[in-house]
Ligand binder design. Structure first.
Ligand code: ARG
Length: 462
């Protein structure tokens, strides 16, 4: 083969071009073209800095600036031919720039390498996704708060082990998700603050002998500062890992609520009715309305966990600094980001549209001896019984009700007295589910009063 077949960007020392298989395994343009806008933004910042520091002439920098805008519009309008022979987005953009403006294009890469370039582009991309996640989570929080407001004092069973435990309020349950999502929000905010340092100017790994101004490019790209160590700057993918781990935790929360929706929308529970907009029918069973969106959220979450694990595996064995393994970071993050944003939007839609069935919730709230703890607490308060004894007396009463096939409030005072003679009719006040939830006034408790305080607090936070 002639030298002409070697790569036009780095082929100087190569006599021949790559094998077709080599090109297939090496090229990332199939996916990293998603970073085109970030790549061009980074190049524009770099070119402006090279001109300001006198490394480039103003006229070259201006030609580069204009040319990059042309390339960007070609890409945005779908009039750009991506080439696998040019490997990746960085070289595709630069090669096209050369076709458009000629010689000055070759000066753009002064004081820079694809190593700091890709780290910069990818950081900008991930930073945008963090912002999108923050938006998506905030919208979902608002949807949960709205649900909580509608049913702040509606009663439902609270569960442990998916067994009825104690009555709680619908609003309280909704606000539990608000707390989880609030932590997700702060995890993304933390990650954003930590990652917001510019790799640009780290060059291949050691920095550069050109008198570049890294503060200037950092500022132009809205980074807080330049990364302080050039080796770390090109070797670091913590920002992608933090995005994936914050995404994984957030996705786990979405999956838990998805699971609740699947259970709650079943004929056996009927706690909620999902809207037609977020359900599907069955082609054979006409009565069916399936919670597909919830199931798909629950399933898609696995891809996000997988991406997190996959990137940890890619990184864990790499000596400093850049290794080509790191090119495998992008597809994982792209897929995880796409699925997180979709899951957030679908969950927001479902939460907004769903109807809580107040009567079913209330009927279920009282079943399963859910006020047994209230009865035990009453024995402690009214009869000054040690809690352990109260627990035992209550257990005996639960067994009696169970044997009769009734609930605790259905027992007569005589039944109660047969177990403990000091019990009075006042006990029936605490056996109602509304009394039960209203009495749980401790901070963070399920009483409607406390729930409304939390709703008000969150509305202020948002
Ligand atoms: N496409 C490459 C990546 O995504 C860009 C960096 C290439 N650097 C190199 N030294 N070969 O990682």
């Amino acid at each position: 083969m002639t030298k002409d077949t070697s790569n036009q960007m780095w082929g100087g020392r190569f006599a021949a071009g790559p094998d077709a298989i080599m090109e297939a395994i090496n090229a990332s343009i199939g996916y990293d073209q998603r970073m085109a806008a970030q790549d061009i933004e980074g190049s524009r910042a770099h070119a402006a800095m090279l001109a300001k520091t006198g490394i480039l002439t103003d006229s070259d920098a201006e030609a580069i600036r204009e040319g990059l805008l042309t390339v960007l519009s070609e890409i945005e309008t779908g009039n750009f031919e991506f080439s696998a022979a040019l490997e990746d987005i960085h070289m595709n953009v630069e090669a096209r720039l050369k076709e458009i403006i000629g010689e000055p294009a070759g000066r753009l890469h002064t004081g820079r390498s694809r190593n700091d370039q890709v780290a910069t582009d990818f950081k900008l991309w991930v930073r945008d996704q963090i912002d999108a996640a923050i938006q998506g989570i905030s919208a979902l929080i608002r949807a949960f708060v709205a649900q909580a407001e509608v049913g702040a004092d509606w009663v439902m069973p609270g569960f442990t082990h998916l067994q009825t435990a104690q009555p709680v309020t619908w609003g309280h349950h909704m606000m539990a998700y608000v707390e989880m999502l609030g932590r997700d929000l702060s995890r993304f905010q933390d990650a954003r603050a930590r990652m917001n340092e510019s790799p640009l100017g780290a060059a291949a790994l050691a920095g550069t002998s050109f008198p570049i101004d890294r503060e200037m490019t950092a500022k132009a790209l809205r980074f807080d500062r330049p990364a302080a160590n050039s080796l770390d700057a090109v070797a670091d993918r913590d920002f992608a890992l933090e995005f994936l781990s914050a995404s994984s935790i957030c996705a786990m929360h979405l999956s838990r609520f998805a699971e609740e929706l699947v259970i709650w929308s079943s004929a056996q529970f009927r706690f909620v009715t999902l809207s037609d907009r977020f359900s599907t029918g069955s082609s054979i069973m006409p009565q069916k309305k399936n919670p597909d969106a919830a199931e798909l959220i629950r399933a898609k979450i696995g891809r996000i966990f997988g991406a997190n694990t996959a990137l940890l595996m890619v990184m864990k064995g790499l000596p400093l600094t850049y290794s080509k393994d790191m090119q495998e970071d992008k597809e994982q993050v792209f897929d995880a980001a796409d699925n997180l944003m979709l899951a957030l939007a679908a969950m927001e839609g479902m939460v907004k549209d769903m109807t809580a069935n107040r009567d079913s919730l209330e009927a279920a709230a009282g079943s399963g001896f859910s006020t047994a703890t209230d009865l035990a607490d009453w024995l402690v308060r009214a009869l000054n019984m040690p809690f352990r004894d109260a627990h035992h007396v209550t257990g005996t009463l639960v067994a009696m009700a169970e044997a009769r096939g009734c609930d605790l409030p259905d027992l007569t005072l005589e039944d109660m007295k047969s177990v403990h003679s000091a019990i009075t009719a006042d006990v029936f006040d605490v056996l109602g589910v509304h009394n039960s939830v209203a009495s749980r006034l401790s901070y963070g408790g399920t009483a409607p009063e406390r729930v409304r305080e939390q709703i008000a607090r969150w509305k202020e936070v948002l």
